[in-house]
Design a protein around this ligand. Structure first.
Ligand code: HEM
Ligand code: SF4
Ligand code: SF4
Length: 686
């Protein structure tokens, strides 16, 4: 059998999750609470960011110094806060991407589950915007790299009249304007992120936004240890007149940046846009057919509200009564949100198989699986069982094929989620002597596909949640598949005293653990080691491997032109007749067509053509300035250059020409600029 990529990924996550649950218990399994850990990282980033901002000067000239002072003058406060800020931000990227992969692998995003997936995508974008603008604020060489490459990326979009890159051409062109905008975005983006995080979990009842306390402490501890062991520091101060040959890059945030340099901004946007589009279409690739939604039977609903409390997807509400019965409210299903998981059926106190056949319709049911037919099917298949280890297996659909152990001498009743099982059904099995044991087979512990199926089941059996399993039911005859060794459970059944509904609680369900678990201190150390390894990986990829953007003997040459050429047709006076033909508000003495000539430019280096291109004027009416901004890697050393421009619509020849010999230092950022009235200028010749 060949597995699809999704099935491979699912098997991978399944194996890893099982391993982590076994080692650390499901409650501490980080893979089962990626979303909650994401929230936790967000709060660490927010708190440390507020601290940093108190000391930060948003002006471009002081930014580098204030961060350096903060890092070195108060290493135990500012330095640690800075490191926490950086590493938790990296952690947020890693967690969000792993969370995305897991949701994809478990197919928790198709059909009506599209909402969380689609609202997750802006989170990803906002995380990247927050991180990238954050690196900008340090104004070291990585910030310089980010500024220049982001400029190249943004210049491809028809959003800005003037190329953004021109703000970072050289030290003399640098202004605080863009930098201040970045510090504004760096605060606005996380606030938007928080808003979207809230929207993201909007359709999840009681969304888990806090990891288990022990796990939170260990995660925070590992981040603190990392911050102290490998403090986050700045690289060399930015200098726009030089281009650093190598830059330490944060590969969590900037993996696309080298591609922008290699392939150009347009290709990078196509790649990013294509990926986002594909991700955005995922919930409908292919479309998932939706089973019928839960249906309320008003005759049997007393408006108790238990189904509303237990629905994991906020698909139920209590509304004023619409029938003749003397109750104030009734349950109403929102069909757009109902995932047909059946948890509401398990919650409804009227869902009891002890009712007579004619009466047996619960207050809420899944039309495709009425409890009455479940009961009949169960009675029929149990009649075929024999011996003293007869089993009834209530299994959820995501649990998939059941193992041989569960198939032997057993009657299996499958349902969308084991949370659909009313506890009274277990009571029914024993009181009618249908089987010797009951197995409840669900997904992996703490990883229920329908979110709360296992949790509600455990609480109902333990008598902690309404409707609970009556105390008289022998708990030692019930096994939860995610918590017990089924073989041991089955063989133990024969050794139990004869089945008797005693009227009092006889034990706890499913406490035969699947295998020896580590004691708490060992678990904590094991988890600390695992987090230590993850922290180490974070520290490495936060700056390594360094990205080489120039060879040691190379320099950079930039051509920067912004030029409003002459209009194509000269202004000519209108005759009185022509003026009279115009509407009164349009009458004017001269007619000036607005369209300008394009700019044609050539750049030659050492007698070879480096660049040639025609650039149209900007604006809807082609009446704005034409802009040219191009970057070239060239060998350092002495060389001749010639730059020519045609801006008057002539067929041949040039309106502006300048040539000269220059001597470029390795890493030098050499800028050829055009200024109206002055022509082409460059630093050592102007
Ligand atoms: C800042 C980053 C993110 C955070 C903090 C976050 C947090 C959460 C939380 C807390 C939940 C609810 C878990 C539960 O209670 O069952 C959740 C569910 C979900 N998230 Fe995210 N998430 C993030 C990013 C993303 C991204 C990027 C995607 C994918 C595009 C995504 C897709 C989903 C899906 C599909 C679910 C629903 C799963 C279900 O239906 O049970 N999330 N997320
Ligand atoms: S079937 Fe599931 S999603 Fe639908 S109303 Fe019931 S509990 Fe909510
Ligand atoms: S749990 Fe049953 S009785 Fe209570 S409100 Fe829901 S459908 Fe009605």
């Amino acid at each position: 059998m060949t597995l699809s990529p999704r099935q491979w990924l699912r098997a991978f996550f399944g194996a890893l999750e099982a391993l982590c649950s076994r080692a650390f218990t499901p409650a501490w399994n980080p893979l089962l609470q990626l979303g909650s850990i994401g929230w936790f990282f967000f709060w660490i980033v927010a708190v440390s960011g507020i601290y940093l901002y108190v000391f930060f000067d948003t002006g471009i000239t002081r930014a580098y110094d204030t961060i350096e002072t903060l890092t070195h003058a108060q290493p135990w406060a500012g330095g640690v806060m800075r490191s926490l800020h950086r590493y938790a931000s990296d952690g947020l990227v890693a967690i969000a991407l792993t969370h995305l992969l897991r949701e994809f692998a478990l197919d928790q995003m198709r059909g009506k589950r599209w909402f969380a997936w689609i609202t997750g995508l802006p989170l990803l974008v906002l995380i990247y915007v927050s991180g990238i603008t954050g690196y900008w604020l340090v104004w070291d060489v990585m910030a310089q790299y980010v500024a220049v490459v982001t400029g190249e990326l943004l210049d491809v979009l028809p959003l800005f009249g003037e190329p953004i890159s021109r703000n970072f051409v050289n030290e003399s062109s640098l202004s605080s304007r863009f930098f201040t905008l970045m510090s504004f975005i760096h605060i606005a983006a996380p606030l938007l992120l928080l808003l979207f995080m809230w929207i993201h979990i909007h359709r999840h009842t009681a969304a888990r936004i806090q990891p288990a306390r022990g796990l939170s402490l260990l995660v925070l501890g590992s981040l603190l240890a990392l911050s102290i062991a490998v403090p986050a520091v700045s690289q060399a101060r930015a200098d726009l007149d030089m281009v650093p040959a190598t830059v330490g890059l944060d590969w969590f945030y900037l993996p696309v940046y080298p591609l922008v340099q290699q392939w150009g901004g347009a290709t990078a946007w196509q790649l990013l846009g294509g990926m986002l589009l594909l991700l955005g279409l995922m919930p409908w690739l292919p479309p998932k057919s939706a089973p019928p939604v839960a249906k309320v039977s008003l005759l049997n609903c007393n408006g108790c509200g238990r189904c509303v409390a237990d629905c994991p997807f906020g698909a139920l509400s209590l509304e004023p009564r619409s029938d003749w019965q003397n109750y104030a409210v009734e349950a109403v299903v929102n069909a757009d949100r109902c995932l047909s998981c059946g948890l509401c059926v398990g919650a409804c106190p009227t869902a009891t198989p002890f009712r007579s056949a004619s009466m047996f319709t619960a207050g809420i049911e899944l039309p495709q699986l009425p409890l009455a037919s479940l009961r009949e099917q169960l009675k029929k298949s149990c009649a075929a069982l024999s011996g003293d280890d007869r089993l009834v297996v209530f299994a959820c659909e995501p649990a998939g094929d059941l193992s041989g152990e569960l198939r032997r001498n057993s009657a299996v009743a499958q349902m969308p989620c084991i949370g659909m099982l009313p506890p009274s059904c277990i009571d029914f099995v024993f009181s009618r002597r249908l089987a010797d044991g009951v197995v409840i087979a669900g997904c992996t512990a703490n990883g229920c596909y329908q979110r709360f199926g296992q949790c509600w089941t455990e609480e109902r059996i333990a008598g902690q949640r309404d409707p609970w399993l009556r105390a008289r039911v022998p708990r030692e005859r019930i096994a939860l598949s995610w918590a017990v060794d089924l073989r041991a459970f089955r063989s133990g059944l024969a050794a139990l005293p004869p089945l008797r509904l005693s009227g009092r609680d006889t034990g706890k369900p499913g406490l035969l653990l699947a295998g020896p678990r580590w004691p708490m201190p060992v678990r904590a150390v094991g988890m600390a080691l695992l987090l230590g390894v993850l922290a180490g990986v974070t520290a490495v990829f936060a700056t390594e491997p360094a990205w080489r953007q120039l060879e040691p003997q190379e320099a950079v040459m930039r051509l920067s032109i912004r030029h409003a050429t002459a209009t194509k047709i000269e202004c000519k006076p209108l005759t009185p007749r022509q003026m009279a033909d115009l509407k009164p508000n349009m009458r004017r003495p001269v007619d000036c067509p607005r369209e300008r000539w394009p700019v044609y430019v050539e750049l030659e280096r050492g007698g070879e053509l480096l660049y040639r291109g025609t650039h149209p004027p900007s604006g809807l009416w082609n009446d704005g300035a034409a802009t040219v901004f191009r970057t070239f890697r060239v060998p350092a050393g002495p060389q001749s250059i010639v730059v020519r421009m045609r801006d008057s619509g002539r067929e041949s020849g040039f309106d502006q020409v300048r040539s000269g010999t220059i001597d470029l230092e390795p890493g030098q950022n050499f800028v050829i600029e055009f200024r109206s009235g002055k022509g082409f200028i460059w630093e050592d010749m102007s």
